[in-house]
Design a protein around this ligand. Structure first.
Ligand SMILES: Cc1cc2nc3c(=O)[nH]c(=O)nc-3n(C[C@H](O)[C@H](O)[C@H](O)COP(=O)(O)OP(=O)(O)OC[C@H]3O[C@@H](n4cnc5c(N)ncnc54)[C@H](O)[C@@H]3O)c2cc1C
Length: 412
C-alpha cells in the first residue's frame, strides 16, 4: 500500500520547506520530495551565494575563492533546512502527479491528502541565444564562476542582472548592462532606478536602457538575466486538471489552485519571484490545510530588495494623491558620513487623512535591513507622528527613517 501523508510537498526550496515546517507545527504528517539539494534555488544558486559575492571587498583569490566560501556556508545552511524538516519524511527523487492525491516519486507511489507544488523556476533563455555555460551564461553558471571575465554584457537589469553587474564590476570586469525597458530595476519605483543608474554610471559601468539586444552583435561573454520560467513541465498537472495559462500555476491569496487538495506556492506561481514571498505563501497554505483561516497574502506587503551599492528596498503603497511624503538623505546622517556611505536616502509615505504609514522607498547602506521593520510599522498601523516621536539610537543608519518622518512636518 502506498505511503500516505496529510501534506506532500514537491520541492524543498524556501516555499516548500517553510510550508512543510508550518504543517509539522500544525500537527500534520508531512513528506517532502525533491530531486536536488535542500534549500532550492535560493540557498544553492540564488539569494545566498549572490550575497556572499556582494559582501565586503573582492577576495584576493578572485571569484573562485568566494565560490568556495559560499559552498561552505551553503553546506551549513542546508543542515539548518534539514533541521527545520525534522519530523517530515524526506523523499529523494523527481516527483510527478499521477492523479488526485497521488504522486510518483522516483518510481514509488505516495499519497497526499494535500499536495503542494513548490517546484520553483529556472533561468529563461533569450530567444535565439541558448545557454551554453561558456559564452552565454545564466545565473546558475555565474554563481560558480572561478574567474571574472575581462568584460561582460549583462542582458536584463532586474534584481539579478543588477546584482551581477555589481559583482563583476567589483571583481574588475568591464560591465555593459542592457535593459529593454526604459530604466534599471523596472519592477521598482523610478526613484530607486535613478539612484542605482547614477551610482552604476559613476563607477564606470555602461548602462543602456530602452535597447533591444541583437544576439548576433554580441561578442565576449554574456549573462542573460531576463527572468525565470516556472518548473511546470513533466509534473503531471493534466492528471488533476490543472493548466498553466501564462506559464505559471494560478493561485489565490491562500495558495489554492482551484483543484481541491492541490496547492501551489513560490516561483511556480509567477511574480514577484522572491524567497520570502514563497515562504509566506507556504505558511499560509499550511495553515489553511490545518483548518485555520489566515489572512490572504497582500502583494503590497512583500518587500523587494536589491543588494547593490546603494542597496535598494521598497515596500507598501508609495503612489496616490492621498499620500504625504517624508524624505531624508544619508548625506545628512552622522553614521553614514563618518563611515563614508552617503549615497541615497529614504522616502516614507503615509495617508494624509489618518497619518498611517503606507509604504517606503529606500536607497543606501544596509537599507534591506530596515525595510522589514518598516513593514511591521505599516502592518501595525503606526502613524508618521508616532514614528517621529519614537527614540532611535544615535548614531545609526536607521535614523534616516526617523528623519524622514520628521521631514513630513507636523501633519499625520
Ligand atoms: C541569482 C539569484 C538571486 C536571487 N536573490 C534573491 C534575493 O536576494 N532575495 C529573494 O527573495 N529572492 C532571490 N532570488 C529568488 C529566489 O531564489 C526564489 O524566489 C526562491 O528560490 C523561490 O523559492 P521556491 O521555493 O518557489 O522554489 P526553488 O527555490 O526554486 O525550489 C524549488 C525546488 O523544487 C525542486 N523540484 C523542482 N521540480 C521538482 C520535481 N518534479 N520533483 C522534485 N523536486 C522538484 C528543485 O530541485 C528545488 O529544490 C534569487 C534568485 C536568483 C536566481
Amino acid at each position: 500500500m502506498a505511503d500516505s501523508f496529510d501534506v506532500l510537498v514537491i520541492g524543498a526550496g524556501p516555499g516548500g520547506y517553510m510550508c512543510a515546517h508550518r504543517a509539522l507545527q500544525n500537527g500534520l504528517s508531512v513528506a517532502v520530495a525533491d530531486n536536488g539539494p535542500s534549500g532550492g534555488v535560493c540557498l544553492n544558486a540564488g539569494c545566498i551565494p549572490t550575497k556572499g559575492f556582494l559582501f565586503g571587498p573582492p577576495q584576493a583569490g578572485g571569484l573562485g575563492e568566494r565560490v568556495r566560501q559560499n559552498a561552505a556556508a551553503i553546506g551549513r545552511l542546508q543542515k539548518g533546512v534539514d533541521f527545520l524538516l525534522k519530523g517530515a519524511t524526506r523523499l529523494d527523487g523527481r516527483a510527478r502527479l499521477v492523479g488526485p492525491g497521488v504522486v510518483d516519486v522516483g518510481g514509488a507511489e505516495i499519497r497526499g491528502r494535500n499536495v503542494v507544488i513548490a517546484t520553483g523556476s529556472r533561468p529563461r533563455p533569450l530567444p535565439g541565444l541558448p545557454f551554453d555555460g561558456v559564452r552565454v551564461l545564466s545565473s546558475d553558471h555565474t554563481v560558480v564562476l572561478e574567474a571574472a571575465p575581462e568584460s561582460i554584457a549583462i542582458i536584463g537589469a532586474g534584481a539579478v542582472g543588477c546584482e551581477f553587474a555589481e559583482v563583476f564590476s567589483n571583481y574588475g570586469s568591464r560591465v555593459t548592462l542592457i535593459e529593454a525597458r526604459d530604466r534599471l530595476v523596472p519592477e521598482m519605483d523610478p526613484w530607486l532606478s535613478k539612484q542605482l543608474e547614477r551610482a552604476f554610471k559613476k563607477r564606470g559601468m555602461i548602462v543602456q536602457t530602452g535597447v533591444a539586444v541583437d544576439p548576433s552583435e554580441l561578442d565576449g561573454p554574456v549573462l542573460v538575466a531576463i527572468g525565470r520560467q516556472a518548473n511546470v513541465e513533466g509534473l503531471g498537472l493534466e492528471t488533476v486538471g490543472l493548466t498553466t495559462p501564462n506559464g505559471f500555476i494560478q493561485v489565490d491569496g491562500h495558495g489554492a489552485t482551484g483543484v481541491a487538495g492541490v496547492w501551489a506556492i513560490g516561483d511556480v506561481t509567477g511574480p514577484p519571484q522572491l524567497a520570502h514571498r514563497a515562504s509566506r505563501q507556504g505558511e499560509i497554505a499550511a495553515d489553511c490545510m490545518a483548518g485555520k483561516s489566515p489572512a490572504s497574502l497582500d502583494p503590497l506587503a512583500i518587500p523587494a530588495c536589491v543588494y547593490t551599492h546603494p542597496q535598494l528596498a521598497q515596500v507598501g503603497r508609495v503612489t496616490g494623491d492621498d499620500l504625504i511624503l517624508g524624505e531624508a538623505f544619508f548625506r545628512a546622517n552622522g553614521y553614514a558620513v563618518v563611515t563614508d556611505r552617503t549615497d541615497g536616502g529614504v522616502r516614507l509615505f503615509a495617508e494624509s487623512a489618518t497619518g498611517k504609514l503606507t509604504g517606503a522607498l529606500l536607497a543606501g547602506p544596509e537599507v534591506a535591513e530596515m525595510v522589514g521593520l518598516i513593514n511591521v510599522l505599516i502592518a501595525a498601523g503606526v502613524t508618521m507622528a508616532q514614528a517621529r516621536e519614537t527614540v532611535f539610537p544615535h548614531p545609526t543608519l536607521a535614523e534616516v527613517v526617523w528623519e524622514a518622518a520628521r521631514a513630513a512636518g507636523s501633519g499625520g
